[in-house]
Design a protein around this ligand. Structure first.
Ligand SMILES: [Zn+2]
Length: 294
């Protein structure tokens, strides 16, 4: 999500969510798509990406050491969507952990995130300011169900606007758990079929479903929504987010205990300043950034 502030992160000749001959792709959102001769990713990320793009993907498993070019590396579940991964890399002068897009709290359709210790931390800052304080996924879920119930009680069909990859499947699963049928878009269904290959089934798809799921639009659309329509996003009316909010990002920082922090995406400048104020050595990184490797 949030493609405008795209960092290009290269270490040696290896790209982190950046195109390079050898590249690592953290997850299957299109603003993280990369090209390269070899793209390292999880198996789920490979299958989900192949719905939209080609490319030679080398599958890697969580927790297993592998070599990303010259560097020893290991993937950790990022909790952002199915297959999303952070990566720890052993450099000459210490270890680096790149979060990709990440979530501290467990979502129903994503693996539980894990964060290792590392000397350098490259952390996403999509919601890197304290104004972004989200309810826990379970609280957000209650609000979602209350909204759906209210609409149905009044004889209206609720419509939810969601990102078609990841968020749509999370919402489908939540509604299934609470006994509602859904009418997703064709794209959402295609993505859901890949989730099913990885054991996440959806038994509530119905072409006359209780709840209509539509593709996420820009936050500006929010003003023109009817009372029975809701944007499910950290930027929307219902803050069920698959990104860490500010406080979750702080928990990640405390867990990784880095000596130096680099912030990327979204509120990278602001988050780095806040971290600086808290005594961390932090700076934002932007386009065409070559990370220090020695
Ligand atoms: Zn993402």
């Amino acid at each position: 999500m949030v493609g405008e502030y795209r960092g290009t992160m290269i270490i040696g000749r290896v790209g982190l969510d950046s195109s390079s001959r050898i590249a690592f792709q953290s997850h299957a959102h299109s603003d993280h798509f990369v090209s390269g001769e070899v793209i390292f990713s999880t198996r789920a990320t490979k299958h989900l990406s192949h719905l939209r793009k080609g490319g030679f993907y080398r599958e890697t498993e969580f927790g297993k050491t592998f070599y990303l070019g010259d560097y020893k590396a290991k993937l950790y579940p990022a909790g952002h969507m199915l297959g999303s991964a952070g990566i720890k890399i052993w450099l000459e002068n210490g270890t680096l952990f790149y979060t990709g897009d990440t979530k501290w709290y467990k979502l129903r359709t994503a693996e539980k995130s894990r964060f290792p210790r590392a000397d350098f931390l490259v952390i996403e800052a999509t919601f890197g300011v304290p104004v972004f304080t989200f309810p826990s996924p379970r609280e957000a879920e209650k609000k979602l169900v209350a909204f759906v119930e209210e609409a149905l009680d009044r004889g209206r069909r609720p419509t939810l606007y969601v990102n078609q990859t990841g968020k749509a499947q999370e919402v489908m699963k939540i509604l299934e758990v609470h006994g509602y049928t859904v009418r997703p878009s064709r794209t959402m269904l295609k993505v859901a079929r890949v989730y099913t290959k990885f054991g996440i089934r959806f038994g509530n798809v119905d072409k006359d479903g209780d709840v209509v799921l539509r593709s996420y639009r820009s936050p500006r659309v929010e003003n023109s929504l009817s009372p029975w329509e809701l944007m499910v996003s950290g930027f929307g009316g219902l803050k069920l987010s698959n990104h860490a909010d500010f406080w979750e990002l702080m928990k990640i920082v405390e867990k990784v205990k880095p000596e130096k922090i680099f912030t990327v995406y979204g509120f990278a400048d602001e988050f780095a300043k806040i971290l600086g104020g808290l005594g961390y050595e932090a700076r934002p990184i932007g386009r065409d950034q070559v990370l220090p490797k020695s």
